[in-house]
Design a protein around this ligand. Structure first.
Ligand code: SF4
Ligand code: SF4
Length: 468
């Protein structure tokens, strides 16, 4: 059985010598780890194929959900070796999980993918020229685990951006040695703010405005808090305005998505435990996320910690409490009043109308199943003309660090998304996830369309329209 054509040849599984030395161990581990019942649930109907961005781009069965499940099952049945081509197809998957909501058999594809990646992560040795994932994770873990250290790191980026070094590097064309997609990323990188939301907003607790309807614990994120600090501050402001007390537990860590998506579930579990403990102590009604990728990881802590005897039940409770901010704003029942300045004050100006479109965060839509909430909020805004983006549910190509490790596929997908954006004639693209936001910004940069299209986090758009 073939697992598809090779386009990337950088991982250890291609080393024939090594593959001959250890194929049994990898295969045995996959057989033990893969949930065979889930593999059997796939009835090979193919309903998932049209939703899959990698299948749409390549037309290859092996690059589709059905194909990948067939590959996993063939390995589990001992019909094929988990060779380099097998790994390549698992790497090429965006993990966007668009294949899940459309599956009539309710196959938990995301879980199968993470089980596979966990085993591959443990068994694959880095090769010359490839990204040394295990070493990177080892370096990144202490930084992402302690927010203080992350803020310290962000001061370095802040110094680079503000000291004139960045200007110098750009003018001196020093960045031209970077691959094209990294140069684009450098150009669109937001200004770092090492203060984070706690310092910027002035504390860990914020009282509700008006009648209190509940207490929300803010999940501030890692990258989110130092590169999108303003969005976190706006999240606090919108939630308090909607009637929630907001608490920001200091001991929380990164959600672990960066680690679990690339197979390092062990580190992801450590982060999950830290977060479950931190939010349990904070005693909140809800846990608010403003990043679809983080929210989807948090909401699945019940699976991630299912084997932790003492923490399985608290993790289940935690998962139930996790909500995207758009859902919390809807639940408050106050959005209608908040979004319409005329309803709040007869003298308020209605502000000029703007045409916006919305690119889904795959994880918000397919895992948190909250894709409708941002749209409902937008439709209630009187000063906003919301135009639906054709294929908004298709991944933009960001998918964590996918756009960095699979730039060709990510750019092909992005170009198709930008064609759809142009059709809407919107002047603002809204998203609910920092990765999607940067990816859509990269799309605007590739099209040189800065003068006509702005990209914003939906929270910042709401804050600009509702709070100012
Ligand atoms: S839709 Fe579900 S059952 Fe059908 S092929 Fe895809 S994963 Fe299998
Ligand atoms: S997660 Fe996304 S890219 Fe991967 S198989 Fe499913 S739809 Fe395709």
């Amino acid at each position: 059985m073939s697992s598809g054509s090779m386009t990337n040849s950088e991982d250890g599984l291609q080393d024939k010598g090594r593959a001959q030395r250890q194929p049994g161990a990898l295969q045995r581990q996959l057989v033990q780890t893969l949930d065979y019942e889930q593999l059997m649930n796939c009835m090979r109907c193919g309903f998932c194929q049209p939703s899959c961005p990698t299948f749409r781009e390549t037309g290859l069965e092996a690059a589709s959900p059905r194909g990948r499940i067939a590959l996993m099952k063939a390995v589990a049945d001992g019909l094929m070796e988990p060779d380099a081509a097998f790994k390549q197809q698992m790497d090429l998957c965006l993990g966007c999980r668009a294949c899940e909501p459309v599956c009539p058999s309710d196959v938990k594809y995301g879980q199968l993918l993470e089980q596979t990646r966990e085993v591959l992560f443990e068994h694959t040795e880095p090769q010359p020229g490839a990204i040394p994932l295990r070493r990177l994770h080892k370096l990144a873990k202490p930084v992402f685990k302690r927010h203080r250290r992350l803020r310290l790191m962000s001061t370095i980026l802040q110094a680079y951006q503000r000291s004139g070094l960045q200007r110098l590097a750009r003018r001196g064309r020093m960045l031209r040695w970077l691959p094209q997609h990294m140069q684009t990323m450098e150009r669109i990188m937001p200004q770092a703010d090492s203060r984070g939301v706690v310092k910027r907003a002035g504390g860990h607790r914020f009282p509700a405005k008006g009648e209190r309807i509940g207490t929300v614990g803010l999940f501030r994120g890692c990258i989110m808090d130092v590169l999108f600090t303003e969005t976190n501050v706006n999240t606090v402001r919108l939630l308090t305005e909607a009637g929630y007390d907001v608490v920001i537990p200091e001991e929380q860590s990164c959600c672990g998505a960066l680690f679990s998506h690339s197979g390092d579930r062990k580190t992801a579990r450590e982060f999950a435990l830290q977060n479950v403990k931190a939010f349990r102590e904070a005693d909140v009604d809800y846990i608010a996320s403003n990043a679809g990728g983080c929210g989807a990881t948090l909401i699945e802590y019940n699976h991630l910690l299912a084997e932790e005897a003492e923490w399985a039940e608290p993790a289940r409770q935690f998962s139930k409490q996790v909500k995207d901010i758009s859902e919390l704003l809807l639940r408050s029942g106050r959005w209608n009043e908040l979004a319409d300045p005329a309803k709040r004050s007869p003298d308020a100006d209605s502000r000029s109308s703007v045409t916006v479109t919305y690119q889904d965060s795959c994880h918000l839509r397919n895992v948190m199943r909250s894709g409708d909430s941002p749209r409902r909020l937008l439709r209630m805004m009187p000063n906003t003309k919301f135009v639906e983006l054709e294929g908004a549910e298709i991944c933009c190509g960001s998918a964590g660090i996918y756009n960095l490790v699979q730039p060709q596929m990510a750019n092909d997908i992005l170009d198709a998304r930008m064609d759809a954006v142009d059709e809407t004639q919107a002047s603002v693209i809204l998203t609910s996830n920092p990765g999607c936001l940067l990816q859509m910004k990269a799309g605007v940069e590739r099209e040189q369309a800065h003068d006509r299209i702005q990209v914003m986090h939906i929270v910042d758009y709401f804050a600009e329209k509702v709070l100012k």
